[in-house]
Each structure stands twice: as structure tokens, then as C-alpha cells.
Design a protein around this ligand. Structure first.
Ligand code: NAP
Length: 524
């Protein structure tokens, strides 16, 4: 399929005239054709109006029809074939195997949401039948279900050009909920975005759905992105990216005449706690596993382990030398964009220039453009807590180890941390008492707590939480990965004393959709 550099507004493909957007192959610094141009206010208006017109008919689709639509999107993405992988490789510098795996995850995610839609649990049906004889007052007939919020603006992530971009988790969960979607493509991979966008556009047409169910806009965040978030027809936002971008969108959404929710996944340093018995029994193995997690994908994961805490002692030294040995053999890797590479280098320069921070190890030096050298740094608890710059995410393969003098130090640092996507405990049985002390703190700080593993690698499943308190996300009550992500785009409506003929199918007597329901407080 030819990449034409066009916006997709409903069923149309449109050439825009705004600010140029051109992908750069980060491995060569070569500019990739074609040049895209950013959309105008008028394009935002057209996409938002179509999305609004599509909202009622789209949310009225049956569970089976909507599930089949999500499966059709998956098939259309697969039908793009190798062209999608080749373009994504050129635009991101990510290797083939990683992108093929990510395509599998993207397609799997759409199919998971199809299953979720069919099962219908997300409708969360609650029925409290009327009690006309109740004293002193009768009770009305009360029935509740969830409905979708309305058109959703999605900002794709740079680091998951497939699984968290145009047809990624935000889009899949919003479409599953019954919300039309308008994507503001990430400017780093516009060709990949157009290919996937055309696959969704084709699925909309084949499924016979209103064209406004999906649109794709190109252009800068501050122009097209802001106009989209400010548009009155947009009712929620999904975002993955930087803390500054996410907070700017939160402020914009809150300042609207009708404020709307922003589900932004932003920044996290994912602390790893190395408890004493675990270190005593396997410090070298932990060091090796940690280095592999740190350097995977050039460290460009929101769950990258950017902070390590351990008690001072010989076992910590063993961990450090094992991690240093593994890092010393780690090749420098191409980062996603020149801008992300620049931000990584600036972050490292700042960190190693801070008083009280020393360098433990680095990876192999770069051999090509936009490559990043991994780095491991060391400080102590007091120094860390005294300087908030040490808590900032450095997006890439860099981590800071905190040498703690006591368990009290470790607990204080845990308490000092900002909100996180993950917190990891490396522990053995003899560490359980300390783990019990840490757990309540970590529950307050993180969306996912894991033991004896590493935080990278986020399973897309029913129980996943990829969320956490600010600044990990803008709303700690939700997740952006896994089936519960659908709940972000829903709200409850209660129907009081409506006649059967006026009630939605999900709430009618006789349960025509065969849904799991809470009937008079009892699950049935
Ligand atoms: P970004 O700069 O936040 O951009 C993400 C998206 O939001 C882009 O489409 C961007 O538009 C838009 N945007 C940014 N600021 C905006 C604003 N003020 N108003 C409206 N829209 C705005 O993220 P990035 O380009 O992916 O990477 C930059 C940095 O973000 C990285 O170095 C890293 O620190 C962090 N990052 C974190 C994660 C994570 O998962 N935690 C993932 C990726 C990146 P444009 O097209 O104009 O850029």
C-alpha cells in the first residue's frame, strides 16, 4: 500500500497544508518520504463532527457486531503484511523481531477486547427491583448500566509504534467501549501511522459502520493535538508520552468549559528493592538479570528499572560488579528519535554531574547515529532524597543504585518516591518480614508490585494494572493496559421506573443478552 502522507478524516483521505512532519530513520539520520503536513482547525472540526455524528449509532451496535469489528481491524492490520514491519523499522530503529512481536501484541489486544465486548461484564448491570410494599416508603425500580463517554482523542506513543499507537491499547479499549476515536499520530512514525490508520478505515467501511468511528490526524501536538483536546465533541483523552506533554493536556482538558478526563501515562522510574537474603543467596544472578532488563529495547520502556535500592555490604558489591560486567558487554542501541536520544544524553550528563553521584559502569560506546550507551550510577539515600532531580525519569538504559545504610533508610526512600507504574521486590523467605513492612508503602506508590522478576514486559490480560499515582499516570484509578482499560471510557447511567420497552436490552427482564447481573444485590 502506498504511503501518501494524507490525513484520514472518516472515509476520506486528505492532503493537508500545515507544518511539515517528516520521519527520520534514527539509524541513519535519513529523512523518509513522503513529507506529511499537519492538519488545520478545519480538519479537527471535520473529524470531531463526524465522530460526534457516529457516536449514537456506533454505541447502539450489538455486542457481537462490535466484537467482530475489532477482530476485523486485527485482520486488516495483518493483511498489511511485511510492508508495515519494514516501514516501522525504518521510522523507529527498532529491530524486526521486536516489531513482529509488537504486531502480535497489537492484534492480540484487539482480539482480547473483542472477547471482553462479547462477555459484556463491562456493562456492570445492577438491578434493584421495585418494592411497592416497602415501609415507610416504597422503593422505585432502579437499573444501572455503563455507557460510553463519547469521542476519544488518542495520542500514540513513540516507544510502541504499533501496540500503543494508532490501533494500540487506548484505541482498542475506547472502540470496545463504544467510543469513536480520533488519533493524533506521533510525529516520529507517520508512515506506520498512516498504514495502520488505513487498515482501521477499511475495517470501518467493511463493517458498515458510520465513517466517523475513526479518524487520523497528523501535525504538532501544540497545534492539532491541543485543538483536538479543546474541541467540545471530544469527551476523553488517552495519552502515552512525557510528563510535560501529559500535564499540558491535563491542564488544557481541565480548563475547557466542560472539563474532560485525561488518561495520561507519563513517567516512572520503577524502583527495584534488593532485600538482604535474596542478595546473599544470588547477588550475581540478580545483577545479570537486572542488566538485561535495563538494556532491553535501549531502555525505552515506561517500566524500565531506573532505580535500585539495597543495603550496603559485600552482597551489594557483588550485585554491582555482576551488573557492571554485563553492562560492559552491552552494545549501544539506536534510540527512537534524535530528540529522545538528545534527552537521554542530557539526562545522563545531568545525573553524573550531581554531587554525591558516582558512575559504576557503562555499556559499549556508540558506533552510529542516535545510539545510547547504557549507564549505571550510585548514590546514597540522604543524597537521593535531598535532590529531586535524581527522581526524574531518564528515558533510556540508565539506572541509579541507592546504597542504604539501614532498613530505615530503605523505608524512608520508599516513602519519598513519587507515584510509579511498578515496584519490584527481589526477596527470599528470610526477607518476608521486611517485605511486609514495605508492602503498604509500595501499594500507595505503585500500580503493580512484583516479586523476583523485572518490571519490563507488561502482559496484556484481565488482571494487569499499568497505572499508578501521579506522575506515573494522571488517574491512579485506572490502567492503560489489559481488559480493565475499557472502564476508562465508560460512565454509569441509572434508569428509574422505565417501562420494559424503553429499557436497553442489557437491563430488560428475562436478560435477553444473557449477561452476568447483580440482581437485588445477588450476582446471577
Ligand atoms: P511527548 O513529547 O510527550 O509526545 C507524545 C505526543 O504528545 C506527541 O504526539 C506530541 O506531539 C504530543 N504532545 C507533546 N507535548 C504536547 C503538548 N504540550 N500539547 C499537546 N500535545 C503534545 O513524548 P515522546 O515524543 O514520545 O518522547 C519524549 C520524551 O517522553 C522521552 O524522552 C521520554 O522522556 C518520555 N516518554 C515516556 C514514555 C513512558 O512510557 N513513560 C514513553 C515515551 C516517551 P508532537 O508530534 O508535537 O511531538
Amino acid at each position: 500500500m502506498e504511503i501518501k502522507g494524507e490525513l484520514l478524516i472518516g472515509a476520506r483521505a486528505v492532503k493537508a497544508q500545515g507544518t511539515a512532519v517528516q520521519a527520520i530513520n534514527p539509524a541513519t539520520n535519513e529523512a523518509l518520504q513522503p513529507v506529511f503536513h499537519g492538519g488545520s482547525q478545519q480538519h479537527v472540526e471535520q473529524a470531531a463532527t463526524l465522530a460526534w455524528q457516529a457516536f449514537d449509532p456506533y454505541r447502539a451496535t450489538g455486542l457481537e457486531q462490535r466484537a467482530a469489528f475489532l477482530e476485523l481491524i486485527a485482520s486488516e492490520i495483518l493483511a498489511l503484511g511485511d510492508e508495515l514491519i519494514v516501514r516501522a523499522m525504518a521510522e523507529t530503529g527498532l529491530p524486526r523481531a521486536r516489531l513482529e512481536g509488537e504486531r502480535g501484541r497489537t492484534v492480540g489486544q484487539l482480539r482480547l477486547f473483542a472477547q471482553v465486548v462479547r462477555a459484556g461484564h463491562w456493562l456492570d448491570v445492577r438491578i434493584d427491583p421495585a418494592q411497592p410494599e416497602r415501609q415507610p416508603l416504597p422503593r422505585a425500580d432502579l437499573r444501572q448500566r455503563q455507557i460510553p463517554l463519547g469521542p476519544v482523542a488518542v495520542f500514540g506513543a513513540s516507544n510502541f509504534p504499533l501496540a500503543f499507537s494508532v490501533a494500540g491499547g487506548d484505541t482498542a479499549s475506547a472502540l470496545a467501549a463504544g467510543c469513536p476515536v480520533i488519533v493524533k499520530a506521533h510525529s516520529a512514525h507517520p508512515g506506520t501511522a498512516e498504514l495502520v490508520g488505513r487498515a482501521i478505515q477499511s475495517a470501518v467501511a467493511k463493517a458498515g459502520l458510520p465513517e466517523g468511528v475513526f479518524s487520523l490526524l497528523f501535525g504538532s501536538g501544540s497545534e492539532v493535538g491541543s485543538a483536538l483536546v479543546s474541541h467540545p465533541f471530544i469527551k476523553a483523552v488517552g495519552f502515552t508520552g512525557s510528563r510535560s506533554g501529559g500535564t499540558a493536556l491535563m491542564q488544557l482538558a481541565a480548563a475547557r468549559a466542560e472539563p474532560i478526563p485525561v488518561y495520561a501515562e507519563m513517567s516512572s522510574i520503577n524502583p527495584v528493592f534488593l532485600l538482604s537474603a535474596a542478595l546473599a543467596s544470588r547477588a550475581a544472578a540478580i545483577g545479570k538479570g537486572f542488566a538485561a532488563s535495563l538494556t532491553m529495547g535501549a531502555g525505552q520502556f515506561c517500566t524500565n528499572p531506573g532505580l535500585v535500592l539495597a543495603l550496603d555490604g559485600a552482597e551489594l558489591e557483588t550485585f554491582l560488579s555482576s551488573a557492571a560486567e554485563a553492562l560492559a558487554q552491552a552494545a549501544a542501541q539506536t534510540m527512537l528519535t534524535p530528540g529522545i536520544h538528545r534527552a537521554y544524553c542530557q539526562g545522563i550528563d545531568q545525573l553524573q554531574g550531581l554531587p554525591g553521584v558516582s558512575r559504576v559502569a557503562t555499556g559499549l560506546a556508540e558506533t552510529g547515529p542516535n545510539q545510547a550507551q547504557a549507564g549505571l550510577y550510585l548514590t546514597d539515600a540522604e543524597t537521593f532524597m535531598a535532590d529531586e532531580r535524581m527522581s526524574a525519569e531518564i528515558f533510556g538504559a540508565s539506572s541509579l543504585v541507592i546504597r542504604c545504610r539501614s532498613i530505615d533508610d530503605m523505608l524512608k526512600v520508599a516513602e519519598h518516591l513519587e507515584g510509579q507504574l511498578t515496584a519490584t521486590l527481589q526477596l527470599d523467605d528470610a526477607d518476608l518480614a521486611l517485605a511486609q513492612q514495605l508492602l503498604p508503602v509500595l501499594e500507595r506508590k505503585a500500580g503493580r508490585i512484583l516479586c523476583n522478576g523485572y518490571p519490563t514486559g507488561v502482559e496484556v490480560c484481565q488482571a494487569m494494572v499499568h497505572g499508578g499515582p501521579f506522575p506515573a499516570t494522571s488517574d491512579s484509578r485506572t490502567t492503560s493496559v489489559g481488559s480493565a482499560a475499557i472502564l476508562r471510557f465508560l460512565r454509569p447511567v441509572c434508569y428509574q421506573d422505565l417501562p420494559q420497552g424503553l429499557l436497553p436490552d442489557a437491563l430488560q427482564d428475562g436478560n435477553p443478552l444473557a449477561l452476568r447481573r447483580l440482581l437485588d444485590g445477588v450476582s446471577s
